[in-house]
Design a protein around this ligand. Structure first.
Ligand SMILES: *Cc1c(COP(=O)(O)O)cnc(C)c1O
Length: 458
């Protein structure tokens, strides 16, 4: 199957191309030429599978030209062998809430679910066989550690991770900066996550630099990550056994929830996808008013959602704008020249068929954590709490699964404030927090990052 760019449908790429590049030439995002739609009988068959089997079936649709099914199956088994749960994820009932715990991987965040598979795909696709690949990635806190856990000590791969200096939680930072590995470079950028993401995107668009360092990316704009995340939408639907369900998703870069949108396109009976945002509410504003206007990033207690430029939203726009690459391109031009774009009423209506969006403030987040703890003796992390808070606005939807995106231990300080209790480190986190941290602080500029990378790979 071929892939194209949201801004140029005439371009054609293989799965391996898009896997390696992450971002399309000219700045667009990759989408597959076809999306498999399952019929009822096929859905019934899928519902009988365990997590790994289901993942194999779903992911295979998107990479069958390059990976044999049998090999994909063993790649997936291997990827999830380090997870605490044999079934990878865990659907739990907390009072009225159906919580899908996605944080039982090596770095306690849902990002592990895609990243572990991606790490093994780097080997399988032999992208670094003859020449070192330099993976450059921006993180709002969790992608970085998940990428390290997936890629450290792989042959011919270096990993450069840009995180916003002083804007992620202490434990998030420590998980990244104490793991070590000769091929890992942690860079604290004096700026926000949006600045980090902008630098990485611009470096990708600078062909001479990209080719010079054989650059690759594993940010949430990498289509392979979205594909791996589609699986748990199916899985929870099959386990809940309802006719139709909705999902509430703590959202930053619009990657995780976009996987839900693709699941719906594939025939999964999803009613609504609820975007939960924090004060950085650009997605809430665009979905409810049509105006997409990045504001300055505000720091919150849900740092992994402190994002104002939600890159994967472009992938939704492509379908909302009747699959017109030129319309997507023109909105993206507006965004870069006027710092905003506006959607028409009929486009907003189209989005609202599938999505709802709610902003949850830090104060609300803290009281949700407190409330859940008091009522159910169960601790949720702040990101997950925004999902719980957003879901509460839609009681009429009834069966709503909230995606639990991180383990509360990663946000120990906030949990302590909310419930007055310190959390112990979960057993499956192999982390020695007291180890020396290694990272370099550098300025918010493309040239400084480029010089840093070039000096390290010399
Ligand atoms: C990355 C992250 C999110 C946001 O996911 P997106 O795919 O960027 O929308 C939410 N919660 C946590 C804990 C995360 O790490």
């Amino acid at each position: 199957m071929n892939y194209f760019s949201t801004r140029d449908k005439s371009l054609k790429f293989s799965f391996k191309d898009i896997f390696l590049r992450g971002l399309a030439p000219g700045g667009g995002l990759f989408l597959p030429a076809e999306i498999k739609k399952y019929n009822q009988k096929e859905l019934n068959n899928l519902s009988q599978l365990n997590y790994n089997e289901l993942a194999t079936e779903i992911i295979f649709n998107f990479c069958s030209d390059e990976i044999k099914k049998k090999e994909l199956s063993s790649l997936i088994q291997k990827s999830y062998s380090s997870f605490k749960d044999k079934e990878v994820v865990n659907l739990k009932k907390i009072g009225e809430i159906d919580l899908l715990e996605l944080y039982h991987g090596p770095t306690l965040a849902f990002k592990d679910i895609a990243m572990q598979v991606i790490g093994n795909m780097y080997d399988y696709l032999e992208v670094a066989k003859d020449k070192t690949v330099n993976v450059v990635v921006a993180t709002s806190g969790d992608t970085g550690s998940a990428a390290i856990a997936a890629l450290s000590n792989r042959k011919n791969i270096n990993l450069f991770i840009l995180h916003p200096h002083n804007k992620i939680s202490n434990i998030q930072r420590k998980i990244m900066t104490t793991i070590g590995g000769a091929n890992i470079y942690n860079i604290a950028i004096e700026g926000s996550f949006d600045d980090c993401q902008k630098i990485v995107k611009e470096l990708f668009n600078e062909d001479s630099f990209r080719l010079k360092i054989n650059m690759s990316g594993v940010n949430s704009i990498n289509w392979a990550r979205i594909v791996c995340q589609i699986v748990y939408y199916f899985y929870s639907f099959f386990r809940l056994k309802k006719n139709k369900i909705s999902f509430s998703v703590p959202t930053g870069n619009f990657g995780d929830i976009y996987a839900g949108y693709v699941a719906k396109k594939m025939g999964l009976p999803i009613n609504k996808l609820i975007v939960a945002t924090n004060k950085n509410d650009i997605l809430q504003r665009v979905i409810n008013t049509g105006e997409y206007k990045p504001d300055t990033v505000k720091s919150t207690i849900t740092p992994s959602m402190d994002i104002q430029v939600a890159s994967n939203f472009e992938r939704l726009l492509y379908y909302i704008l009747d699959e017109s690459d030129s319309k997507v391109g023109s909105l993206m031009n507006d965004l870069s020249s006027k710092s905003l774009f506006n959607l028409e009423k009929k486009e907003i209506d189209k989005i609202k068929k599938d999505f709802e969006a709610v902003k949850i403030t830090d104060e609300e987040t803290v009281s949700i954590i407190d409330e859940i703890y008091k009522e159910h003796k169960f601790i949720i992390d702040p990101h997950t709490a925004t999902g719980v808070g957003a879901a509460k606005n839609f009681k009429n939807l009834r069966d709503i699964v909230v995606l639990g995106t991180a383990h509360p231990y990663k946000f120990n300080d906030t949990i302590k404030k909310a419930i007055g209790k310190n959390l112990d480190s979960p057993k499956h986190l192999k982390l020695n927090i007291d180890k020396k941290e290694t990272f370099d602080i550098i300025g918010n500029s493309n040239s400084e990052v480029k010089n840093y990378i070039l000096a390290k790979i010399k």
